[in-house]
Design a protein around this ligand. Structure first.
Ligand code: SAJ
Length: 453
């Protein structure tokens, strides 16, 4: 591709005349669409879900994300943002497409790229010269070079990095902070070739404070490495929690002390690792790789997946210690969201915990001020309602609302010999015991809740 053509594209980006299509209007796609619209681009965002399309076109964000509602409403009103069904987008006017479609894993933990490839097919059939295609979905290594590039080239009979541009720009935003992190986190730009990298960097540089240029494969591995690092680190914290319980030590104190070393930063243990990212990215990263020795990444996944079962054991032990049987006991679950202060409950550890407790015959009531999911539990609309006549209170999510509970008040509402099982270690154990609640927690070792694994 000649420099003159690239210069023309650069100018279009700088003048905000590039017309953008965002494919997939979910937790990543819609913030992307809204931020590019705010920057001055004319954006068409798409989805297969007509509810999402209607909601956006009426100026309403279909899900809660701080700041997003206002951004969607303002940009739909000004005409900078509109939504259409995927099948209605013909790419007649669009110069660039940014694809943010989910790449989940299947029941055998194998990456399922079918949703993404379906979208790629539609883009490939409509691809014109000089268009820029950006993939933001999380990908296993080499997917850009070995799957997406050949598919787009064969469908369009055009050459990547010459006739059209193709780049991998992985998303790095956490729900709850999506807009800020989109703008402030350095953005990796992995082009399929040098032209693609430059053009994608120019486009994302209009919204992101910092872009870092690399190649597509390096960006694919870096993206999955980030969440794998976090998952392995949390697994270490969870394993330390199990060790502390067996030795009668408190993991919170242990980690706090270990982290005073200038080169140590151990994460926080908990009732399990949820959300759509950490639970799958390690599998994407290791897909198709043969290792000569033990797979640390797989072991970490197993450790984190074990934690909900461990919480159930803690609850059983706690109740037994109070001479109560889990069968017919009333258990209040605080938090069904997968992490603090979000409404999202995808892969939340609350799900296996509630299901197992129900199987064991317990009566479960759940309360979450941010999230609607109950995973089959009865839903309480207040903390008061959840705690009333409960035998056991279980903290699964560290929502801000659960951090300063009135423990004396809660004790009054609960049945005799009440217990609290703190999956996130946000309750002060001394305060709880002082209020008359027997305190148990993940990684909180005391001889009576030491569990055998
Ligand atoms: N968790 C712990 N201990 C910790 C931190 C988290 O048990 O110390 C648990 C949380 O409770 C939650 C899970 O891990 O169940 C995941 O939480 P998270 O805070 O890692 O957040 P995600 O999954 O919402 O977002 C991650 C982020 N990745 C990194 O910080 C490396 C985000 O920046 C990515 O954009 C996102 O994955 C993604 O989409 O890939």
């Amino acid at each position: 591709m000649e420099t003159a053509t690239i210069k023309k594209l650069f100018k279009k980006i700088q003048d905000k005349n590039l017309r953008l299509a965002i494919i997939g209007s979910g937790y990543v796609g819609l913030p992307t669409a809204a931020l590019f619209a705010r920057t001055g681009f004319t954006v068409t965002t798409t989805d297969i879900n007509s509810f999402i399309i209607k909601s956006i076109n009426s100026g309403t964000s279909p899900f809660n994300e701080p700041g997003l509602q206002e951004l969607v409403s303002r940009n739909v009103q000004s005409g900078k943002l509109r939504a259409v069904l995927n099948c209605d987008l013909k790419f007649e006017e669009e110069d660039a497409a940014i694809i943010s479609i989910q790449t989940p894993i299947d029941e055998n933990k194998k990456p399922n790229l079918s949703f993404l490839l379906h979208a790629i097919e539609n883009v490939g059939k409509n691809l014109r010269k000089q268009m820029l295609i950006v993939i933001c979905s999380t990908l296993p290594p080499r997917t850009m070079q070995e799957v997406i590039r050949p598919k787009l080239e064969s469908l369009s009979a055009l050459k990547a990095d010459k006739d059209f541009y193709l780049a991998y720009v992985p998303e790095r935003i956490a729900p709850g902070k999506a807009l800020r992190e989109f703008v402030e986190s350095p953005r990796l730009i992995g082009g399929i070739g040098p032209n693609s990298t430059e053009i994608a960097a120019e486009l994302f540089g209009t919204v992101c404070h910092k872009t870092i240029k690399t190649d597509a494969t390096t960006a694919e591995i870096a993206k999955t490495a980030e969440n794998t690092f976090r998952d392995v680190n949390i697994a270490l914290a969870n394993q330390l929690a199990l060790i502390c319980e067996q030795h009668g030590a408190d993991v919170t104190k242990v980690i706090e002390l270990a982290n005073t070393h200038p080169r140590v930063n151990i994460h926080t243990p908990g009732p399990g690792v949820g959300g759509p990212c950490l639970t799958k990215d390690p599998y994407l990263l290791t897909r198709g790789t043969k290792l000569p020795n033990k797979d640390v990444i797989a072991a970490a996944r197993e450790t984190n997946d074990y934690m909900p079962r461990h919480v159930v054991k803690l609850i059983q032990n706690a109740l037994e210690h109070e001479c109560k049987s889990i069968k017919n006991s009333r258990i209040a679950i605080l938090g069904t969201a997968y992490k603090a202060n979000v409404e999202d409950s995808r892969y939340s550890p609350a799900e296996p915990i509630i299901k197992k407790l129900k199987d064991l015959g317990a009566k479960i009531i759940s309360y979450d001020p941010h999230c609607q999911s109950t995973f089959g539990a009865k839903r309480a609309t207040s903390l008061h309602e959840a705690a009333k006549s409960a035998d056991c209170l279980v903290v699964i999510t560290d929502h801000v609302e659960f951090k300063n509970l009135d423990l004396a008040d809660i004790k009054q509402l609960m049945r005799e010999n009440p217990v609290i099982v703190d999956g996130k270690r946000i309750i002060n154990s001394h305060e709880a015991e002082k209020s008359g609640l027997a305190y148990y927690g993940v990684g909180f070792g005391k001889s009576r809740n030491t569990t055998q694994i």
